[in-house]
Design a binder for this molecule. Sequence first.
Ligand SMILES: [Fe+2]
Length: 319
Amino acid sequence: MSSSDSAVDVSTLCESESNFGGCEKGYDLTLTDKVIAATGPNAHPRLAEIMPSLVRHLHDFAREVNLTVDEWTVAIDLINACGRMSDDKRNETQLLCDILGLETLVDEITAKQVADASATGATTPSAILGPFYRHDAPLLPNGSSIVKALDPSVPWYETAVADSALVTGRVLSSASPTEPIRNAIIDVWHSAPNGLYEQQDPDQPDMNLRGRFKTDDEGRFSFYCLRPAAYPIPDDGPAGQFLAMLDRHPYRPGHIHFVVSGPEHRTLTTQIFDDRDEYIQKDSVFAVKDELIVSFVPREGDPNAKWLLEYDFVLDSIA
Ligand SMILES: [Fe+2]
């Protein structure tokens, strides 16, 4: 369809309630249709499907708030700054999406599509991956620790000892919740008590507080880690500046990240949240789900852990 084919009578558009008063404000509503019609016949099918909606929402937004050139320029500068700051250790653009709730929203949409397509039972809810995942964390034996080189010279040593924890559980199949998944991989990572992931902190060893574990024949896994502490998302960049402009705090409640994968099951990306945390109901990236809030319990007689968490993951069967 050419742009001329798509020419729309403004008086007709003005009858619509979706232009947020654009007609009353005297804006040229045909612009939106011209932009949509400019997409060619060989456009990627999914792009051709979604771009009309994006353009309409974008244009309606600009008309609704009477967006000025100066304001648009500030937004462009923000996005450009996010791009310039992003590299293999920091994803500022993803962080910007996170503080806008966009990653949580697309995670919810994706999870719903998976649930609707699934013929089996309930699965563990997903949560956002976040910007600090690293591939190729070390594959460790069950029962080992992801806490590296912890000794009294570490500034947060005492906190780490007080929060030492054993996390254990099973990976199960939604097809049969009593059926374990053997040889599933639990990829786990969390921040240190100083609120920093190892790639943010030159004082931490490479791959500290990261590890992968394989389930045994009963679908069981276990590892030592720390009860997670609240931390501020990196607020020394444009996403942080944006938070400040919005008079928002940057903190996330303490959480442990997981990517759990198993043969013939859909890979689960999720987080668990420590119920002791003061930010549990005010996560700066809106990722907390009630089903993912957990309670650590005191552990007796284990020199390596003062706390215990037993938690099972249920993966969606795609067999
Ligand atoms: Fe995190």
